[in-house]
Design a protein around this ligand. Structure first.
Ligand SMILES: [Zn+2]
Length: 443
């Protein structure tokens, strides 16, 4: 077993600024970072001109196992992850059976311990009658609540049920925020529609805004940590900007909601662009970008939600909602660095440092001595074209097919071991369960 690795002459993105030099990894941790380290290591990687950054933490993915393994598995999803520079993921509970109790969470952790190439942990889902499980669960990134039903029976849309979860549990509360009653009423209006352009009309701005307002009030009243998942509207961004003064709220945005917009994306991709909450008009994408730049939006999450090409080819209304994204997110963000729309420090903050802080993950998300050696080497000058056939996700497509991006993950290390390098996987490398710091009890 290899216990020491020396990475020579790279640009390092550290919390204290850019630094040029060598990095020594020992027993899975960053042991030393210096201008020139002596060459005493079992493996020496020399990659002049490359940049070393912390591995990406993607706090919102769907890997479909157990229950829908024809779409993705923890193995295939985690391979896609490491190929894209993602070393840690948090997976959502809408698998089959739903991950709503200690037993189902333990089963997912067991599968991941055997097959996942990246570090992992799993949200527990809230239902209207699993409060005892939500109170008893340990070491999960949070409690996921679908207020808008995206998927099946995991729906909690009555305010009194929500209030109980807010007042009686302690884990972070993460919510898919769309008001179910408004979506149902809109579905009646568009019930025979086979037009994907109707998707953002059914899942309207109003449905998202009203739900987020209600959640912000609950969080303010109870002073309970709230994380709004995949933000999509300008109006919610403004509400959260105001609320942040006195409400413990954070939020995330996906690359697809930042970079794609209607109606163009629906005309080009049809149902392949259909996700929940929906991709909306350009004014929302622009506002989300401003929100991210001004720290109203805290981090990037992909909401990687693969479905097969055949499933997405069904007509609108029958095709499932969701798109993959875990292996393209870092490249797409690095491309924005190449276009000078943001800095590399911004990308590290949005994709590594802030997710680690926000979810209470010790020793991850930064290049610092003593931290876990979850690392990605990127070539900021390399260009590549995103292509469906080259995707590592089991579903083999991307909404960004045909996009040329500058900024490519070259190699990914998980716990000090090489997991991926330039198209090759080192499958003996396995991730481990991510420890989550317990939230501080209220004073
Ligand atoms: Zn999701």
């Amino acid at each position: 077993m290899i216990e020491s690795v020396l990475i020579k002459q790279v640009q390092m993105i550290t919390p204290f600024g850019k630094k040029e030099g060598d990095v020594l990894i020992k027993n899975g941790k960053i042991h030393a970072m210096d201008w020139k380290l002596p060459e005493h290591a079992e493996v020496i990687i020399r990659d002049r001109g490359l940049t070393l950054m912390p591995g990406v933490i993607d706090p919102h993915v769907h890997f479909r196992e157990p229950g829908a393994t024809w779409k993705e598995t923890l193995e295939t999803g985690s391979r896609a992850a490491v190929s894209g520079g993602v070393t840690t993921f948090f997976e959502m509970p809408n698998t089959k059976p739903s991950a709503i109790c200690r037993k189902t969470i333990a089963e997912k952790k067991k599968i991941a311990s055997q097959t996942s190439m990246a570090n992992y942990n799993f949200y527990i889902g809230a239902t209207t009658d699993n409060l005892e499980e939500l109170k008893a669960i340990e070491n999960v990134p949070g409690i996921k609540i679908f207020v808008g039903s995206s998927t099946g029976s995991l729906l909690v849309d009555q305010e009194e049920d929500l209030r109980r979860i807010f007042t009686e549990t302690t884990a972070l509360i993460a919510v898919h925020s769309e008001m179910e009653s408004i979506i149902r009423a809109n579905k009646d209006i568009y019930k025979d529609s086979t037009n994907p352009l109707d998707h953002p009309r059914i899942r309207s701005v109003d449905a998202a805004v009203k739900c987020t307002k209600m959640l912000l009030n609950l969080s303010h009243e109870t002073q309970r940590r709230l994380h709004i998942l995949h933000l999509t509207t300008e109006e919610e961004m403004q509400l959260i900007a105001k609320a942040k003064k006195d409400t413990p709220v954070t939020t995330e945005v996906s690359p697809q909601h930042l970079l794609l917009h209607g109606p163009e994306v629906y005309l080009k991709l049809g149902n392949f662009a259909v996700i929940n909450p929906p991709i909306r008009e350009k004014r929302h994408a622009d506002a989300l970008w401003q929100g991210l730049k001004s720290n109203v939006i805290d981090c990037i999450a992909t909401d990687h939600a693969p479905h097969t090409i055949e499933e997405k080819q069904l007509e609108y209304g029958k095709a499932p909602s969701g798109m993959p994204g875990i292996e393209t997110s870092l490249s797409l963000m690095l491309n924005l660095v190449a276009q000078k729309k943001c800095s590399l420090d911004d990308v590290v903050k949005w994709m590594c440092e802030t997710p680690a802080k926000l979810f209470g993950i010790p020793y991850k998300g930064a290049l610092q001595i003593g931290y876990d050696a979850d690392l990605v080497l990127v070539d900021l000058n390399a260009k590549r074209t995103i292509e469906n056939a080259k995707q590592h996700t089991k579903c083999k497509w991307s909404a960004f097919d045909g996009w040329e991006v500058q900024g490519v993950p070259i190699a990914t290390m998980v716990g000090g071991k090489l997991a991926y390098r330039e198209g090759e996987f080192f499958t003996a490398t396995k991730g481990s369960e991510v420890k989550i710091r317990k939230p501080k009890p209220k004073a």
